[in-house]
Design a protein around this ligand. Structure first.
Ligand code: ATP
Ligand code: MG
Length: 242
């Protein structure tokens, strides 16, 4: 058994927090409130993968990916061609993308997979069809990702929205136990004061739970924030999402 390979993000604070970067072979779930930096985290990871000569599958379910933002972080238009984009707009379309994913990976041999976010279309559907059917499909999609991660030794990043409970300050992941079960790394992002973001390891195979680091989102990257000890603003910027 070897130490897992890691994809360095290129943000020292986050790479150190994760024990060297994003692990290959498992699902890393980056979750947090709107604007906490999930999509920026994904783009930085993809940029890092492409910079080292790789290509990435990027499943964007909410139009969050921006070529303009990508080019701010990596000024090379040709690099965009090393992104294999899928943009489902319904959970049914997302199911189709996941049904085809093993074939896409076999044909294109990508170096990583990103799903931003896995649960936004799922959430919209929960009102319609039976919750059990939708939950089963979400588990199937996680299972597909987990298998691909293992079989091809790929880093897989999924993002996850959260909602706040009425009686608690804790953010709960949309999909609850399903993402928590399938993701070997859970990384929570929060907004803190003055534009700062905080990342907390909530689950990891080889890092202690609860360790945190702070970073900023800047024009060209995610950047370590050193020193200041601002407190999180309880309840700030939370959205009620069900
Ligand atoms: P959502 O749940 O809505 O998808 P998210 O967690 O994906 O949110 P991001 O889109 O990654 O959040 O982060 C949005 C933040 O990134 C905003 O606060 C925005 O101001 C910041 N941001 C975007 N581009 C830049 C930039 N060029 N320089 C500094 N900050 C930026
Ligand atoms: Mg986003």
């Amino acid at each position: 058994m070897e130490t897992p390979q890691r994809l360095e993000l290129g943000c020292d604070a986050l790479d150190e927090l994760l024990g060297g970067g994003i692990e290959h072979g498992i699902i890393t779930n980056v979750y947090g409130e709107a604007g906490s930096g999930k999509t920026n985290f994904c783009i930085q990871a993809v940029v890092s993968c492409i910079r080292s000569g790789g290509k990435a599958v990027f499943i964007d379910t909410e139009g969050g990916f921006s070529a303009e933002r990508f080019l701010q972080m990596h000024d090379d238009e040709a690099a965009l061609e090393r992104l294999i984009m899928h943009e489902p707009t319904t959970f049914e379309e997302q199911k189709g993308v996941f049904d085809d994913l093993p074939q896409v990976v076999a044909n294109e041999l990508p170096d990583m997979i990103v799903v931003d976010s896995l649960v936004s279309l799922y959430r919209l559907n929960l009102n319609g069809e039976t919750a059990q059917e939708i939950n089963t499909e979400l588990s199937t999609q996680f299972s597909t990702l987990s298998k691909l991660a293992r079989e091809h030794d790929l880093p897989v990043i999924v993002t996850n929205q959260v909602y706040s409970q009425f009686d608690s300050d804790e953010n709960v992941m949309v999909g609850r136990d399903i993402p928590a079960y399938w993701s070997k790394t859970l990384l929570e992002l929060e907004k803190v004061r003055n534009g700062k973001r905080r990342a907390t390891v909530q689950k990891h195979r080889s890092r202690p739970e609860g360790i945190t680091t702070d970073f900023f989102i800047t024009q060209d990257s995610l950047t370590s924030a050193e020193g200041t000890q601002d407190e999180s603003v309880p309840g700030a910027d939370r959205m009620k999402i069900f």
